[in-house]
Design a protein around this ligand. Structure first.
Ligand code: ATP
Length: 232
């Protein structure tokens, strides 16, 4: 579904992404794990054309390398950005409305479907984004991305700043979206343990390169991964 070929991102002399290749097949949950600064966010921003890049990105058999971000979203790829970026001075429902800006005529149908998946957001529909807990804000960021009815959801460190029990809730929602709503998922995470437990396959990113690729269960059992990313 998504094929990234020889992707590079440079900021002046800094090479944040140094020629990576990876793919996500329809129906999969794939994770890219790596430490702070490995180049994960730059990779995602490059896919959405939010930073300058070299290399190519294919989505559902079409080259999207040169499309504007909103055109990429229109084709069915949605991003849940790092730090959630919800609107704290707008209500939950207004945040969802913004997520539907490319799909405005379907707002009510989409909103009702979202409230079925996230009953907590329905309860808080008139509350300001800024009044939600960290976990609820992350759910809202995911819900907002779903308002464009994506085939594939890309998430940048959704576990950041959340207590382990809340991370579990958020990741259970991702599993449910994958299994029941047919959403293909690319999950970028520093929390390697949580990500590998829900993923089918994983890649390891270090210093702008993908240095390992395997089934998630093999990565979870790998001594090297345990030592470097799972706290021994
Ligand atoms: P994080 O977990 O902090 O998001 P990351 O793995 O996503 O880390 P990136 O944010 O992609 O990594 O950063 C990769 C490298 O590029 C880092 O060395 C970072 O300092 C550098 N970098 C990122 N954005 C910029 C920018 N706008 N200008 C200059 N350097 C940048």
């Amino acid at each position: 579904m998504l094929k990234v070929k020889n992707l590079k991102v440079k900021y002046g002399v800094i090479e944040a992404v140094r020629g990576i290749n990876f793919e996500v097949r329809a129906g999969e949950i794939v994770t890219i794990i790596g430490a702070n600064g490995a180049g994960k966010t730059s990779t995602l921003n490059a896919i959405f054309n939010l930073v300058k890049k070299e290399g190519s990105v294919e989505f559902v058999e079409a080259d999207i390398s040169r499309l504007a971000t909103h055109q990429i979203v229109k084709r069915g790829l949605a991003l849940v950005p790092e730090g959630r970026k919800i609107f704290i001075n707008l209500t939950v429902e207004e945040n969802l409305k913004i997520g539907a800006y490319l799909n405005d005529e379907n707002f009510e149908r989409l909103r009702d479907r979202i409230y079925d998946i996230f009953p907590r957001l329905k309860e808080k529909r008139n509350n300001y984004g800024g009044s939600l807990s960290g976990g609820e804000q992350q759910m809202l960021a995911i819900a907002r991305a779903l308002m464009s009815e994506p085939k594939m959801l890309i998430l940048d460190e959704p576990s950041l700043g959340l207590a382990p029990i809340i991370v579990k809730d958020v990741f259970e929602i991702l599993l449910k979206l994958n299994k029941e709503e047919d959403v293909t998922i690319l999950l970028v995470e520093q929390n390697a343990g949580a990500a590998l437990r829900i993923a089918n396959r994983g890649y390891v990113m270090e210093n702008g390169l993908l240095v390992m690729e395997d089934q998630a269960k093999n990565l979870l059992e790998s001594d090297e991964i345990k030592k470097k990313y799972l706290g021994g």
